[in-house]
Write a protein that binds this ligand. Structure first.
Ligand SMILES: Nc1ncnc2c1ncn2[C@@H]1O[C@H](COP(=O)(O)OP(=O)(O)OP(=O)(O)O)[C@@H](O)[C@H]1O
Length: 234
């Protein structure tokens, strides 16, 4: 692969469940090309969220290498991983995770603030993003005034404000009706595809998975290809 943004090599990860050990990854490997859309499908408890946590450096493998955007996360300190996560990754969650005490505009600016990058010029950038997600007139509103679909559109703007190399989305349409979910996916298409941003997305929906370049499931601790867009990347 010419230009992998994600390289997982020989990942092992287990959790202790009482007396038992739950093996989630058993020598799993994966390479994702820059700009690729990789979606994870599969049954509950198979390890999809665990994989997102490994890619963002929230969690570490028991053994194996996790390299994201050139950073060897498994060899970095927690502080280094936090800085990397804040500067290079955008997150979209199933339940939006907007901060209720911040306005829509402040929520969108939050990644820049956390990364210590915020400056007055970013106000315009955030307002432009809100315009692109169709919410320019809601900048001063608080999240609880917005519908679920609107909150998720704010979350998409927030995920992109610091121009991340990688977006991780955990069931971003899982709490939305079909039509509203499609609107959110249209935004992903418009804003991420156009900027060549890599996307790793967890879904239970075959309709959503049809948008991927490649679909993986997790079987017996390994990442298994379940589909690939013909003529697509890589
Ligand atoms: N911090 C943890 N401590 C103990 N066990 C954990 C922890 N995180 C995950 N697990 C276990 O690892 C397995 C994989 O969990 P994970 O959340 O990654 O699955 P998932 O595929 O995302 O599931 P879902 O589709 O339900 O969100 C499960 O058996 C879960 O109980």
């Amino acid at each position: 692969m010419a230009d992998p943004i994600i390289e997982l090599t020989g990942i092992c990860k287990s959790f202790q469940e009482g007396e038992r050990e739950r093996v989630v990854f058993r020598n799993a490997s994966l390479a994702v090309e820059t700009g690729e859309w990789l979606f994870l499908l599969g049954r509950s408890g198979s390890g999809k969220s665990t994989l997102l946590n490994l890619l963002s450096g929230i969690d570490l493998p028991d053994s194996g290498e996790v390299r994201v955007a050139g950073q060897p996360l498994n060899r970095q300190s927690e502080r280094e991983r936090t800085l990397f996560r804040r500067s290079s990754i955008g997150f979209v969650f199933q339940f939006y995770n907007l901060i209720p005490t911040l306005t829509v505009l402040e929520n969108v600016l939050l990644p820049l603030e956390l990364a210590g990058l915020l400056n007055p010029e970013h106000d315009k950038l955030a307002r432009d993003l809100l315009e692109q997600v169709g919410l320019a007139d809601r900048a001063a509103s608080f999240p609880d005034r917005l519908s679920g679909g609107e909150q998720q559109r704010v979350a998409v703007a927030r995920a992109l404000v610091h121009r991340p190399k990688l977006v991780l989305a955990d069931e971003p349409t899982g709490n939305l009706d079909a039509e509203t979910g499609r609107q959110v996916l249209d935004l992903f298409q418009r804003l991420l595809r156009e900027s060549g941003t890599t996307l790793v997305l967890v879904t239970h929906s075959a309709e959503v998975a049809a948008l991927a370049d490649r679909v993986l499931t997790i079987e017996n601790g390994l990442l298994v290809e379940a589909g690939r867009r013909s003529g697509g990347k890589p």
